[in-house]
Design a protein around this ligand. Sequence first.
Ligand SMILES: C[S@@+](CC[C@H](N)C(=O)[O-])C[C@H]1O[C@@H](n2cnc3c(N)ncnc32)[C@H](O)[C@@H]1O
Length: 238
Amino acid sequence: MLLEKIIDEIKRKKELKDLDNEFIKRRINIYLLKNKIYLDEDDVNRRSKKYMGLFKAMRKELRIIYGAFRDVNEKRASKIYEEIFSLVGKFDRLLDLGSGLNPMYYAKLNKEAEYYCCDINNQEIKALNRYFRRNKIIGEAFVFDLVYDDLSLLPKADVIFLFRVLESLEYYERNISKRILENLNSKIIVVSFAKNVLSNRGNIRRKGRIWFRRILKRLNYRYKDYDIGDEIFLVIRK
Ligand SMILES: C[S@@+](CC[C@H](N)C(=O)[O-])C[C@H]1O[C@@H](n2cnc3c(N)ncnc32)[C@H](O)[C@@H]1O
């Protein structure tokens, strides 16, 4: 099928190769609709101007929302997770949104609990499910797009993690963070932002992310912030 062929070409870039096809398909369809473009096989084969426009726009967009935000210091020290777990207190079920491989580094801290996590990276989802099985952790990883999938279908949890993910989603839909927070079914939500990205004025200190704090104020949610490692963590109570 034509779309599959386009997706294959887009995914030839190393940093995009593990992205979920459905996720890319949606972006392509939105681009075609917005720009009132119709593409056929011939456009793709002879790499017409229309096709190259789409191709370049998609690569750029996907790199921004997916690639660029992954650059910063992927792995956290385990004491950071211990600190977060102690801030959150006892829980039975945790849901990690836009998890990356994150749960591999903390699930062992509380083996009694159940872990659910989602991302748009297929390979990471497979690796997480393997990890859960091998380590006898009760949990499931699944592909889920936080922008377009139905948030009400997410499993209910005592605690939800949204680590370094909201900023890239805002690129797609302004104030999507508000919509996500409102629709999550959990009393505690922990959000993090990297301190040293997106700012050329040096590190963003604890008081940063004013836009996000405004959202919390509008929603009337209580929160506390913590400066831990390279990130700002906000523990939000609904
Ligand atoms: C910077 S990484 C953070 C990973 C992990 N939360 C952590 O802090 O280590 C951002 C993650 O969000 C995921 N992501 C980006 N857009 C997404 C979307 N629309 N739906 C679900 N996950 C998304 C990416 O695949 C990536 O794993």
